[in-house]
Design a protein around this ligand. Structure first.
Ligand code: PPE
Length: 328
């Protein structure tokens, strides 16, 4: 991880190294946090955050599902994020807002543990490797099943849920693969450890439905719309494991990964990234980076970063400018 200068926490901009938390923070013990992964891209009209409102909306919904009362509104977090990017001099970045139960009490009914909110932004390159977006990746169906909607909430982007993803990812990486694909308890396909999944079968694009045990990905939504706009049929339905091996093409979507073709699953070769994958991927990347006029509304433009870092005499002054007090 490449540190940058500042992290926003509870209304203040702190130096990166000072953004620490108490070891008895509730979230550290029980995974009681919700978060987002967002990307900001450099475009010809300045830096722009892809579908920022949708991410903040999902953050609020994840918080609601786990009874976390966010002390800041989406608009306050959005404003803090804009300023964070600007003050860190970042015109492209991975953005990680996190709301978690902090220090105050342990135990499972933790009404006295406050909800702390942070936003960090830092450079994060290709999630599944430099070559992933071009050459595709090798994936393995995990022996770990995706958390079920009867025991937890796959649709919430909650910290604790990621133990499930981590088991799958670790298993597949240790076995020499790039990514894991998780099935649900019935044996149907859900998603990658950190991405949604799409298949091409008989020229049609197929993806597991929202009621599957998946995170309702924002890039999933974007890719469904882009593919339909390009004239492809997109069907949301249950996908059997064997269909992964029979598919003409398979690809994954996610904020960190972007759109990544899959070239092999469980030692069944799928071949080089296919035509439909390439077509959708090209348009998707245009949408991310502001080159597709028709999707400009998805971009939340940010004021360009400060050209030079402020000198230290001004720094302490400007520290207080972006201070935001919690919403009532
Ligand atoms: N499923 C899971 C389980 C998931 O974690 C992600 C995002 C997605 C689907 C795709 O969602 P979206 O980004 O809204 O299209 N994974 C995030 C976290 C990755 C991490 O390692 O941390 C991400 O891509 O930012």
């Amino acid at each position: 991880m490449d540190p940058v200068e500042l992290i926003w926490r509870n209304g203040e901009f702190l130096p990166w190294e000072e953004a620490q938390t108490h070891v008895l923070s509730h979230g550290l013990h029980y995974g009681t946090g919700v978060f987002e992964g967002i990307r900001c891209y450099e475009t010809s009209r300045g830096p722009a955050i892809f579908r920022h409102h949708d991410h903040l909306d999902r953050l609020e919904k994840s918080a609601e599902l786990y009874y976390l009362e966010l002390p800041y509104s989406a608009e306050e977090i959005r404003g803090a994020t804009h300023e964070l990017l600007r003050r860190n001099g970042l015109s492209s970045a991975y953005i990680r807002p996190l709301a978690y139960r902090g220090y105050g009490s342990l135990g499972l009914y933790a009404k006295d543990a406050p909800v702390d909110v942070i936003v960090a932004a830092f450079p994060w390159g290709a999630y599944l490797g430099e070559e992933s977006k071009n050459g595709g990746i090798r994936a393995k169906v995990s022996s770990w099943r995706r958390i079920s909607p009867g025991g937890s909430i796959p649709h919430a982007k909650a910290s604790g849920s990621y133990l499930n993803s981590i088991l799958a990812k670790t298993e597949s990486t240790n076995a020499g693969y790039d990514e894991a694909i998780l099935l649900d308890e019935r044996g149907f396909v859900c998603e990658g450890s950190g991405e949604n999944i799409f298949l091409v079968r008989d020229g049609q694009i197929v993806t597991p439905p929202q009621v599957a045990s998946i995170l309702d990905g924002i890039n999933r939504k974007s890719v469904i719309q882009i593919a339909r706009d390009l004239g492809y049929a997109v069907v949301e339905r249950d996908v059997a494991r064997a269909e992964l091996y029979l598919a003409e093409e398979v690809f994954l979507t996610g904020t960190a990964a972007e759109l990544v073709p899959v070239r092999e699953i469980d030692d069944h070769p799928l071949g080089q990234p296919g035509e439909i994958t390439r077509h959708v991927q090209a348009k998707f990347e245009d949408a991310l980076t502001g080159r597709a006029e028709e999707y400009l509304e998805w971009l939340d433009f940010v004021e360009a970063p400060e050209a030079a870092a402020p000198d230290s005499s001004e720094a302490s002054d400007s520290e207080s400018i972006g201070r935001i007090t919690p919403a009532a």
